[in-house]
Every structure is written in C-alpha cells, then in structure tokens.
Design a protein around this ligand. Structure first.
Ligand code: GLN
Length: 467
C-alpha cells in the first residue's frame, strides 16, 4: 500500500530485505540470493508506479521462494546435489502468478533435499537453524521459508506440504503456515515429491495475508489437471460460533507438556468465546502415519526415477558404462533419506509385496478419508496440535528415521485426505520456544478456515488486552 502511494520505494524494501537476509546468514536460511534480478525488478516496479500504472496487489513486496519451485531466475536445487546446477527454463505457475502481481523474489530457501524430512537437516547445504534457538532445528522440510518469515526478512514465503512440511516448521518458528485443499494451487513447475499429496502453500504473519496470497495463486491451470477452479469452495459458511472437533484418539499424554497446555488453553478459550467443542472418535487415524510412509515413498521412488544423470543436473564424471552413470550419479547425487525412500518405495511396489503393503495402505487411506467425512458432519473445524513437541535439538533425531517420522503423526492424515490445514502460533514453552496448533477444515473450506483463524486471532488479542 505504502508502495503504491510512493511513501516507500520497492527498491528500498528489496534492499532492506537483502540486508536482513545477509545479517541472518548464520541461520542458513537461503540456498541462494537473487540480488541483482530482485533490484532490477524493484526498479521496474518503482518506474511503473511513477508512471501512474497499476503495479499489482503485491507491488514491490519481497518474498522468499522454497528452492523446489522452478523459476527462470537462478538455479532450482531442491537442496540436493543432483540438481545443484539446474537452471530451469520455465517459471512455476505460483512464481508466474506472484510476479504478475508485482511480488519480488529475493532468494531461494533451504529445505530437506527433495522435501524429504522434518528438520531441514537432510539438506545437501546443511541445516537451517531455528529462529528462536540456534541449537534447535527449523523444522522441515520448508525450514528456510519458515525462518525467513519468522526473522522478518520477508513478508511471506512459499512452501510445499506433502505431509506437514509447511505446518510443522511454521509451528516451530511462530508463524502462520497454510496447506490448502489438494489441488487448490497448481503444482506445475514444482519438483514433485508425492504427486497425490503434494500441495503448494504459504508462510506469513497473519491468516489475512495468506488469504490474499490464495486469492492470487489458486485456480485451474491447464498444466496441472488436478487443479480446482478456485479456492472459495462453499461460500457463505457462517463464521461464528463454530462447532470445533477435538480428536479423542490422539493420546496427548505422550506429547510435550507445553504442547498439551497450549492445546487445552485454546480449547478453553474457544469454549469461552461461545464455540461448541465436539469430541470425535477417529480410530482410523492411528493408521495414517504407516499409510503415509508406504504411499509417499512409493510415489517418491517413481518421481525420483527421472534423475538419472542424463536429463538434468549433476552427472558423475568417472562412470565407465551407462549403468555406471546411473549408479554413480544417483549414489552421489541423493541424500541418505532420499535413498531410503527410493528403496522403501520400490519394495512396497514390487510384485509379491504390492498387495500386502501398497494396496492395503490405499484401502486404509480410503478409511481415513471416510472417517474425516463423517467427522465433518458433526463439526465445522478440527483442532489438533501440529506436532508432538516444539523444535527439537539439532542432531537429536536425524540418526533415527522412525523418531523423525513420528514428528508427522498429526500432520500427515490431512494430506492423505486432501484436506486444508493451517498452523497458527498459539503458545510457547517456558524457555520461549513457539508452539503452534493446527486447524483442519473439510475439503474446499479454505476461505472459511482462514477467516475463522483471523477471527480467533483477533479474539485472542482482545482477551490479552483485557487481562
Ligand atoms: N516430514 C514429512 C516427510 O518427511 C513431510 C515432508 C513434506 O511435507 N514435504 O515426508
């Protein structure tokens, strides 16, 4: 707004963002900065405004791009050696839409390689540090994007969420993170992880900001046939009071006390503001994590088969035969977690094991979807923690894949069912680490969900001022 009225120039905003990014260098937020191109774009936008032209709804707003979105500016690495030198010839649909509204990408953010992980420690470029405690993880896989917003470097950042990669790092760094209904934003031009659960979404400092980004980026795209027409869904849903579901099958006795307290406090606060709390029994959710870690590796193994050293990126130099090229390139180009998933995926898809694992998992996935359908007959939104604990220590889980996978126990069920979920900042631990909560809505309730989150944030502010 201040840009359109010429109170602030786009150039000064971009310069400030780049300076902040450099000051935060030791957090390892960015894989690369987009300095020159960003400043040039800012100059163009200032010139447009000076000529009295419309420069778009995001004119001059600096943003950070998770480094698995293709963009003609810079290399798209997905934080993996195998793509380190990939210069994309296209823009992803999201980049195209954001830039057509005047947003300016100032840098590409770090992630777990190919978005496999929950801590950003699986990145080829090393981990991103938590915005509140440098001895702890940023969460993942979109750790860089979450910390870029939390440190105030940019107003918003893009993310991808296949099983929690937006919501968990948002929660670990005290910002909002939104995963929309599956298909709301085009996946065209984004490095695929698991095509049936991958979603594009955002990090920002309010639900209102995310709402604006959704209006700009959602919509049908002929380059992604799974896209939905828009993000408005069933308009006219009443906003308050609401029936809020809480899942009694999530056993909170094992979660961190600060997470439990934040959850209980929010439930009490919602009750006090006149919302009805509905207890839900959802026994099939206990299968979600197992189902996710069969279905997702299966899709990962198929999506990663295209990186063979022939078509894109890195190729091993000392190979002596074609098979050797594949073996050495993939051996050196992928991180251990990528390889683990390729192996699990090939195993569960192989004849002899397909029926026992993959097919069974797909059946259980249907049960989970049906269970959510039934739950949303009884309530409008469901409130859960985002993850069992606040940000954990660097190195604490990286050597133990199963304990890392357990991080995702509350975030993956939504991805399997294609539902929208928003992480909101909600509390903190005694030592000041942020704790988020997750609001889940029925399919295509995205707009209502963000508005509801905006309302409860305002209510929380009023309550705080009155105390
Ligand atoms: N932590 C989850 C996983 O490792 C989520 C990843 C994601 O959403 N990209 O699969």
């Amino acid at each position: 707004m201040k840009i359109a009225t010429k109170e602030i120039s786009a150039v000064s905003l971009v310069k400030e963002a780049l300076e902040k990014a450099k000051r935060c260098k030791n957090y390892n937020i960015f894989v690369s900065l987009n300095e020159e191109a960003a400043l040039n774009r800012a100059k163009e936008i200032d010139a447009k405004i000076a000529r009295g032209e419309d420069a778009g709804h995001l004119a001059g707003v600096p943003y950070a791009l998770k480094d698995n979105f293709l963009s003609r500016e810079g290399n798209t690495t997905a934080s993996a050696k195998i793509l380190e030198s990939l210069h994309a010839p296209i823009n992803s649909t999201t980049v195209e839409k954001l830039e057509s509204e005047g947003a300016i990408m100032i840098g590409r953010t770090n992630l777990d390689a190919f978005a496999h992980g929950s801590s950003t420690e699986n990145s080829y470029f090393g981990p991103t540090l938590n915005a509140y405690d440098k001895t702890r993880v940023a969460g993942g896989s979109s750790g860089g994007s979450a910390v870029a917003v939390a440190k105030g470097i940019v107003q918003f950042a893009t993310g991808t969420d296949t099983g929690g990669s937006i919501r968990q790092p948002a929660s670990f760094n005290g910002v909002y993170g939104f995963k929309p209904t599956y298909g709301t934003i085009s996946r065209y031009g984004v490095v695929a992880m698991a095509s049936s659960t991958d979603c594009i979404g955002f990090f920002a400092r309010s639900a209102e900001d995310i709402d604006l980004l959704m209006q700009i980026c959602a919509g049908q795209d002929e380059k992604d046939l799974t896209t939905l027409p828009d993000y408005y869904g069933a308009e006219g849903q009443s906003l308050s009071p609401q029936r809020i579901g809480i899942v009694k099958d999530f056993d909170l006795s094992h979660v961190d006390p600060a997470v439990k307290k934040t959850f209980d406090d929010k439930v009490a606060e919602l009750k006090a503001s006149g919302h009805e709390i509905v207890e839900l029994s959802m026994p099939a959710l206990k299968y979600a994590l197992a189902v996710y870690y069969i279905v997702v590796p299966a899709e990962v193994s198929s999506n990663l088969s295209r990186y063979d050293g022939i078509r894109y990126g890195y190729r091993s130099e000392d190979a002596k035969s074609l098979d050797d090229v594949f073996e050495k390139t993939r051996g050196a180009g992928f991180m251990p977690e990528n390889k683990r998933r390729i192996m699990i995926g090939n195993f569960v898809l192989s004849s002899g094991f397909y029926d026992a694992y993959y097919l069974k998992a797909q059946k259980a996935r249907t049960l989970i979807i049906e269970e959510y359908n039934k739950a949303f007959e009884k309530c409008d939104f469901i409130l859960t923690p985002v993850s069992p604990s606040p940000a954990f220590k660097l190195g604490e889980k990286v050597g133990d894949p199963v304990s890392m996978y357990l991080e995702d126990v509350m975030s993956v069920p939504l991805n399997l069912a294609g539902l929208p979920g928003l992480a909101i900042p909600a509390g903190e631990t005694e030592s000041g680490l942020p704790v988020g909560l997750q609001i889940v809505g029925p399919r295509r309730s995205d707009k209502a969900l963000l508005e509801f989150a905006g309302t409860i944030a305002n209510q929380a502010k009023i309550n705080e001022e009155n105390n």
